[in-house]
Design a protein around this ligand. Structure first.
Ligand code: SF4
Length: 368
């Protein structure tokens, strides 16, 4: 059992006062801003989260605005961040806050944990950072710092290690200083005690650090089992007719629920990507399309998948009949200008950017 002497961390708060980054939600710690930032920072790098935070709060300045926003608008503001359930949960949670909490982000743990998308970490972050409550927290940065500081020799993701990390966080929390203390630990993990190449010489906790004393910082935290990466070969196509593009909206409940897309899907064994896109269009819309040209191949990753997306230009002979949707809940023939206002999964947005850069869809603006 590691020793926990809060005095060992006495240099942490002065270090934070000198090195904290001027993040937008740190200007006034408005609970709404802290909540939004914490949800965005899950699975997202800081620089990217700041851009999205400024765009989001510029359009949706408070809880009431999020609750009143259309799902399409929320998803469009989130487009590119991935894990879209976070955006849908923000909107659902805002509606709960309007109904039960007078439009405020609640300041009790039970009320926060009852909100969609809020777990133990996020509740503790809102309570400590927005409201200054004495709540410990552990995120990936804090876990890494503690695993090194106390030489924990089991993977941070294991249940027993997680329990120990939360216990340590509680023991080391200086009363009345949770806002700065929690942020200081996370900032230290982000800026100094980084996953690779920790800068121990610049670390305020170096005199107390077991991993540094034993020269094993590179081996802490102990790695967990690597997730298997699954390759996926997909095919999709851009079907145009009289200057408009066919798009459909995914059904709620699937991973991209509420997002728009070009129909398509997996390439089956023995099938070429061009054959797959024709089959997928028939299955998903009833359209009998033909491939007029290959466009591009887009590679990207999400969660545990590495995707190869084969993209084609498509056409229909004659006037298009009404589609018969099997995988989607809405459809439209969108003008290029309308496409810019819809939220797409990352691979399909990359395809739109590819088309815009080559001016293959007149009226579709290239993103900066
Ligand atoms: S001394 Fe090095 S390993 Fe220890 S907490 Fe600081 S940066 Fe991390």
């Amino acid at each position: 059992m590691p020793r926990t002497d809060p005095a060992a961390l006495s240099a942490l708060l002065p270090w934070f006062a000198a090195h904290r980054r001027p993040l937008p939600w740190r200007q006034d710690y408005r609970p709404y801003h802290v909540w939004i930032s914490e949800i965005m920072l899950q699975q997202t790098q800081m620089d990217r989260a700041v851009d999205y935070f400024l765009r989001w709060t510029g359009r949706l300045p408070d809880v009431a605005a999020v609750a009143a926003a259309r799902e399409d608008e929320v998803l469009r503001l989130w487009e590119g961040l991935g894990y879209y359930s976070r955006a849908r949960n923000l909107r659902a949670a805002a509606r709960v806050m309007m109904e039960r909490h007078g439009g405020r982000v609640p300041d009790s743990r039970d009320a926060l944990l009852a909100l969609p998308g809020v777990g133990r970490y996020t509740a503790a972050a809102v309570l400590s950072i927005a409201y200054g409550h004495d709540e410990p927290l552990v995120d990936a940065n804090v876990a890494r710092v503690f695993c090194r500081l106390f030489d924990l020799d089991a993977p941070a993701g294991e249940a027993a290690t997680r329990r120990e990390l939360w216990r340590l966080a509680g023991e080391l929390l200086p009363p009345g200083r949770a806002r700065d203390h929690n942020q200081a630990l996370m900032e230290l993990g982000a800026l100094v005690c980084t996953p690779r190449g920790p800068r121990c010489d610049a670390c305020p906790l170096a005199p107390a650090c077991e991993a540094r004393r034993l020269d094993i910082a590179a081996h802490r935290p102990v790695p967990g089992r690597k997730k298997d990466i699954t390759p996926l070969t997909l095919a999709t196509g851009v079907l145009t007719h009289r200057g408009r593009v066919f798009v459909q909206k995914r059904a709620p409940g699937d991973v991209w629920g509420g997002l728009w897309e070009f129909p398509g899907g997996g390439v089956e064994p023995g099938e070429t990507p061009a054959q797959a896109v024709v089959r997928e269009y028939m299955e998903e819309t009833g359209f009998c399309v033909r491939v007029t040209a290959p466009l591009t191949v887009i590679r990207h990753g999400y969660t545990r998948f590495r995707v190869t997306l084969n993209c084609f230009a498509l056409a229909l002979d004659g006037e298009p009949p009404p589609p018969v949707l099997t995988e989607a809940v809405q459809w439209r023939w969108a003008s290029p200008g309308e496409l810019e206002g819809l939220a797409f999964p990352a691979g399909h947005r990359k395809l739109l950017d590819w088309l815009a850069a080559r001016e293959l869809l007149p009226g579709l603006a290239a993103r900066a």
